[in-house]
Ligand binder design. Structure first.
Ligand code: GRF
Length: 218
């Protein structure tokens, strides 16, 4: 059983998808804590409803980012966390934090990275930009977190077609429901089952068969 810490700032629909898969025994892990930097994040409520330790802790409570991150590192190490799962967490960790948990932090981003990633590319902005560019496909990416925002080694990606009548809102909904809620729990399952190997930028998935569950054939 692996121990996870999930970082959130918003509604936590991805957190919910992960909780649901853990509950039915698909992911061999427990969520030790859900940490939010937004007090009113609905994700905290979801954690409480599921009996998971829900913690609100903001950068603003500390004199510097380094102090904030040092506090988090100590806390996560004291809890013996195996993997840190970012699920809509609006904060960019520094090199210090990322190096403390090399290849142990993962994130999901609602586009096909490296397109539509980086500074300012979060939430509905991503989907607006995709439509403004006139993209015919979009999707989501699960990746390891390194020092470059949205730039770490890619674990899983899946695409859908953009429709001519899509709005940023319809696209956001379809990317969440058809892709994110499926590929993020699966990536976490693979990670917790030790079926992921990182070789430089290349991520090798050792169980290809299981990817078919979410419509990925490689
Ligand atoms: C998702 O679109 C995710 O890709 C991005 O932030 C959003 C979080 O949504 N990183 P939710 O809080 O999981 O509903």
């Amino acid at each position: 059983m692996k121990k996870l810490a999930v970082f959130v700032s918003g509604s936590g629909s991805n957190l919910q998808a992960i909780i649901d898969q853990i509950k039915i025994g698909e992911i061999p892990a427990t969520i030790s804590c859900v940490i939010s930097n937004k007090k009113d994040a609905y994700a905290l409520e979801r954690a409480r409803k599921n009996g998971i330790q829900a913690i609100y802790i903001s950068r603003r409570d500390f004199p510097s980012s380094l102090e904030y991150e040092k506090y988090l590192v100590n806390f996560l190490k004291s809890q013996k966390i195996d993997y840190i799962v970012l699920a809509g967490f609006l904060y960019i960790f520094s090199e210090y934090f990322v190096e403390e948990f090399r290849n142990k932090i993962i994130n999901i981003h609602p586009s096909l990275l490296p397109a539509f990633g980086g500074k300012g590319m979060y939430g509905i902005n991503v989907h607006k930009s995709v439509l403004e560019y006139g993209m015919k496909v979009t999707g989501a990416t699960v990746h390891f977190v390194d020092v470059v925002p949205d730039g770490g080694p890619i674990i899983l990606q899946k695409a859908i077609y953009v429709r001519e009548d899509d709005t940023p809102e319809t696209l956001q909904k379809r990317v969440l429901e058809e892709i994110e809620w499926k590929i993020y729990p699966l990536a976490i399952k693979l990670l917790c089952e030790d079926k992921i190997e990182v070789v430089g930028r290349k991520v090798i998935i050792k169980d290809k068969e299981i990817l078919k569950k979410v419509g990925i054939e490689i």
